[in-house]
Ligand binder design. Structure first.
Ligand code: HEM
Length: 142
């Protein structure tokens, strides 16, 4: 039996995803990153991706995860917040523990794709920002 089937198939999975996406959009920490984005599309694409990852008969038809997120201002803490919102949602929906574990494993495997390789995962790089600031002001003077 696949994780998709253990969870109950399409209906229950869509209910989990819809609750998760609504919570993400309304969240005080990361909601701003979703402002103005197409909620229905994100729901559908998150459904397809999760269904595929959980072994369901679905093929993800969205854009590559890396390119979708590359231009967004996502830092390590934002990634962790989304992960926690997902965990809370899975618990609130009584998703079986083994399905939760498999789902979160997929989330963690995509961390570098979402954040970009070489991105400091948990903090701002103040030294790098300071260097960039200097380069910019030198550029403006000359
Ligand atoms: C493993 C973690 C993540 C997964 C699996 C994921 C998955 C997805 C998927 C499937 C889409 C839709 C792609 C499409 O439209 O073709 C999407 C879009 C988006 N994601 Fe993520 N995401 C993750 C992390 C994050 C994080 C941490 C944030 C921000 C806190 C974020 C913000 C967004 C936004 C704003 C969009 C809409 C982009 C647009 O339409 O321009 N995502 N994500």
């Amino acid at each position: 039996m696949s994780h998709f089937e253990t969870l109950g198939g399409e209906g229950p999975l869509r209910r989990v995803i819809d609750m998760f996406v609504d919570r993400v959009f309304a969240d005080v920490m990361i909601g701003f990153i979703f402002a103005g984005k197409n909620r229905e599309r994100i729901r559908e694409m998150e459904y397809q991706l999760a269904a595929e990852q959980l072994g369901g008969p679905v093929v993800y038809s969205g854009r590559p995860i890396q390119s979708v997120h590359a231009k967004l201002p996502i830092m390590g803490g934002h990634f962790d917040r989304r992960r926690q919102i997902l965990l809370n949602t899975l618990r609130d929906c009584d998703v079986p523990a083994e399905v939760q574990a498999a789902w979160i494993e997929h989330v963690d495997a995509l961390r570098e794709d979402v954040l970009g390789v070489g991105h400091a995962p948990h903090e701002c790089d103040h030294d790098l920002q300071a260097e960039r600031g200097q380069e910019e002001s030198i550029g403006e003077v000359s």
